[in-house]
Structures are given as structure tokens and as C-alpha cells.
Write a protein that binds this ligand. Structure first.
Ligand SMILES: Cc1ncc(COP(=O)(O)O)c(C=O)c1O
Length: 390
């Protein structure tokens, strides 16, 4: 059988996945015995707080927690989410109808397309962006419409040039602040503009808050659900991965309009069977952590950011100070190509980064560095780059 011939056109349209390509390049360099400084993925090195791990162990000792999970998420965790949203954003979120527990926000951000996108429908997607936005739309048979994120617009999409006629079959609008890869935050004025634009064009907003708590210089992220009208057309996706160092657990949640949650529910129950209760019990403890515990995480990433940004600027790379996320988005000097530069960094310096073009065409000319190693290792990376002749 010619298997190639059996592959769906949706799958064929996807193209390579940038992080898979990076992993392959890293493997090749490791096979040559190179010491690799991996700043490629978004995999935090900071472990979960000991209280969370303790709760995990305790929950694992309860036989009941090993049974089939409930679909929506245990009431205790949904109530913890609601209490956290109240404390953090002064929002009233009904734990019964406005929340769904996910196996990671990636899953929700991808499956949401199956709830709203018919073949040929469009979804507005930032460019550059976390690749699953674009790929999730395509897997559902939709067409991503890219919204360039430019430095001159503070990495916020500009809705003005988008023509009404191009939106006739557009259904979703993806946003992500604090932003991967640019590190930008969205202010209330922008969020309000986005909600109004979505309302005018009958779009559902899917705002990705994976980095909601990782912000620097005493700034805080804003929930889109707090702006006027947002409860009518928004879903906001949160993750336990980055804030709490629980990436491997696969745990997140989505909050927002109950009818939108109900549409996502119908997809979720068709393809998933809920999240292991042991993880959910421990996640309740994560949401009850004090701000000072999260402050330590913020301080760690901020310290790393400062080392890397200074180092790159000393090498005459143009870098804006990211306000949040765990990334530094740096313009490559002399207009060099991002894939070539990323490959050169692996081969000559043993440094893994993400080529900007892998995150979208507007990312060409940039590299993304992840702040997932300690300051000493970041200094070492910069020292190695000094030897590179661009
Ligand atoms: C912008 C963004 N959204 C979502 C995710 C996925 O997070 P999770 O581990 O909750 O699936 C990531 C992880 O890299 C991300 O960078």
C-alpha cells in the first residue's frame, strides 16, 4: 500500500513541526559529543513547589483517585479555579458552567477548533506564534489568517487593515498574552479593542494565558474576561505548566462564556476521558500557593532575562526587554536568515534556539531563546556566541 497516498490533505498541509526539527538537530550535535545548552523549547527547569508534590503523593495513596476521571474536572479543582480567578482578577466564574479542566492548555487550544471550525472556515492567528494555533485550525480543515505581530505595534495585532469581506467565514480569533515568543503584555485598551472587534465580526476569542503569572518589572497580566463584553465571546486558556513547573503533568483549564464552554465540552467528551484525579487534587494546592511563592519564580526568570538580554545587547543584537513569558525574542544582526543562524549556533556553539520563521513568516530574522537554564549557563552561552563570526 502506498501509505503516502493515504495521508489526509489536512495532515499534508501542516508541514514540519519546528520543535521536532530542533530536537533532531540537537540529537545530531549530541551524537558528536558536543556540550549542548538547550534554549530551544518552552520546558521550564524549575520544579513544582514541594507542597504540590506532597499533595500528589498523598492523593496517590487514595484508591478512589485511581478510578476513571470525571469529564469536566473534579468539583474541588473547579472551585479552586473559581476562587483563584476571584482573588487574582476579581472575576466571578461559575465553577459549574464556566470552567473545564484540560490535559494541558495545548489540547484545549487545538480542540476548540473542532467545536467552531467547519472546512474552509477561517481563524485569525498571530504571526509569529505558538505553532499549535495554526496547526489546530488546519487539522480541523480551517484556514489560518495570519495577523503579523510587529515591534512597532508593541507586538500587538493591528485589526485596522483587516478587511470585513475577508472575515465573512472567520469564526475564531487567537490571542496570547503574555506573548510567546515576543514577551509582550497586552494592556486593557488593546484587550477591549480585541473584544469589540470580535463582537463586530462575530468571532470567538481564544486568549492563551499559559504565561499568566510569569511577568517582570512588577507588571501583572490582565485577564481578557475582565473587559466589557468579554463574557459574551471569550474563552481564556490557562496552564499549570509554566507558573508551577508542572509541564509533564499535562494540566490546564479554560474559563469563559458558558455556551462556548459547552461547545468545547462536546468535543472533549468525544476524544478525552478527563484528567487523572491524583493530578487534579494536587493542582488545588498549586492554586492555593501564596503570591510570595510565585514571586520567587518570577524573580528567577527575570534574573535570567537580565543576563541574556545584556549579553545579547553587548554582542550588538537588537533585543527588547520582554515583560513576561520565559523567552527572549532577539533580532539577528545583519538581517541573517533564522534557520541558518539557529543551525550555525547548534553546530558551532552547541546552543539550541528556535528559529523565528518556525513560529510564522513574520518571525523571520529573529531567534527565540528560552530562559530554561540558570544564569551561569546563560553567561556561558553568551561567551560562546562571542566566538561566532556572523
Ligand atoms: C503560548 C503557549 N501556549 C500554550 C502552551 C502549552 O502549555 P500546556 O503545557 O498547558 O499544554 C505553551 C507551551 O509551550 C505555550 O508556549
Amino acid at each position: 500500500m502506498d501509505i503516502e497516498n493515504r495521508i489526509s490533505s489536512r495532515l499534508r498541509s501542516l508541514g514540519g513541526y519546528v520543535f521536532h526539527e530542533i530536537a533532531e538537530a540537537k540529537k545530531r550535535a549530541e551524537a558528536l559529543g558536543k556540550d549542548i545548552i538547550d534554549l530551544g523549547g518552552g520546558n521550564p527547569d524549575l520544579p513544582p513547589h514541594p507542597k504540590i508534590v506532597e499533595a500528589l503523593k498523598k492523593a496517590a495513596d487514595v484508591p478512589e483517585n485511581h478510578r476513571h476521571p470525571v469529564y469536566q474536572g473534579i468539583a474541588e479543582l473547579r472551585e479552586a479555579v473559581s476562587a483563584w480567578m476571584k482573588r487574582r482578577f476579581d472575576l466571578d466564574i461559575d465553577p459549574e458552567s464556566d470552567v473545564w479542566i484540560l490535559t494541558g492548555s495545548k489540547e484545549g487550544l487545538s480542540l476548540v477548533n473542532w467545536a467552531f471550525i467547519d472546512p474552509g472556515d477561517r481563524a485569525l492567528v498571530p504571526d509569529p506564534a505558538y505553532p499549535p494555533f495554526r496547526r489546530g485550525v488546519m487539522l480541523a480543515g480551517g484556514e489560518p489568517m495570519l495577523m503579523p505581530l510587529l515591534m512597532e505595534n508593541r507586538w500587538l495585532p493591528d485589526f485596522e487593515p483587516i478587511k470585513k469581506e475577508d472575515l465573512s467565514n472567520a469564526k475564531l480569533l487567537f490571542l496570547n498574552y503574555p506573548n510567546n515568543p515576543t514577551g509582550a503584555l497586552a494592556d486593557r485598551e488593546f484587550l477591549q479593542k480585541a473584544v469589540d472587534f470580535a463582537k463586530e465580526n462575530e468571532l470567538v476569542i481564544c486568549q492563551d494565558m499559559a504565561y499568566s503569572e510569569i511577568t517582570f518589572d512588577n507588571t501583572r497580566s490582565e485577564s481578557i474576561l475582565t473587559v466589557d463584553g468579554a463574557k459574551e465571546n471569550c474563552l481564556e486558556f490557562f496552564s499549570f505548566s509554566k507558573t508551577y513547573g508542572m509541564t509533564g503533568w499535562r494540566l490546564g483549564f479554560v474559563a469563559g462564556n458558558s455556551k462556548l464552554i459547552d461547545a468545547l465540552r462536546q468535543v472533549e467528551v468525544s476524544v478525552h476521558s478527563g484528567v487523572f484525579h491524583v493530578l487534579q487534587k494536587a493542582a488545588c494546592v498549586a492554586l492555593s500557593l501564596e503570591e510570595k511563592d510565585i514571586d520567587e519564580t518570577r524573580r528567577t526568570y527575570q534574573g535570567r532575562r537580565d543576563v541574556l538580554v545584556k549579553g545579547l545587547r553587548d554582542l550588538e543584537w537588537e533585543v527588547k526587554n520582554p515583560k513576561g513569558s520565559i523567552f527572549v525574542w532577539a533580532k539577528i544582526p545583519y538581517g541573517l536568515d533564522s534557520k541558518k543562524t539557529a543551525n550555525m549556533l547548534i553546530e558551532k556553539c552547541g546552543i539550541v534556539t528556535t528559529p523565528g520563521v518556525g513560529l510564522g513568516p513574520s518571525g523571520e530574522g529573529y531567534l527565540r531563546f528560552s530562559l530554561i537554564v540558570d544564569k551561569g549557563r546563560l553567561k556561558q552561552a553568551v561567551d560562546r556566541m562571542k566566538l561566532l563570526e556572523l
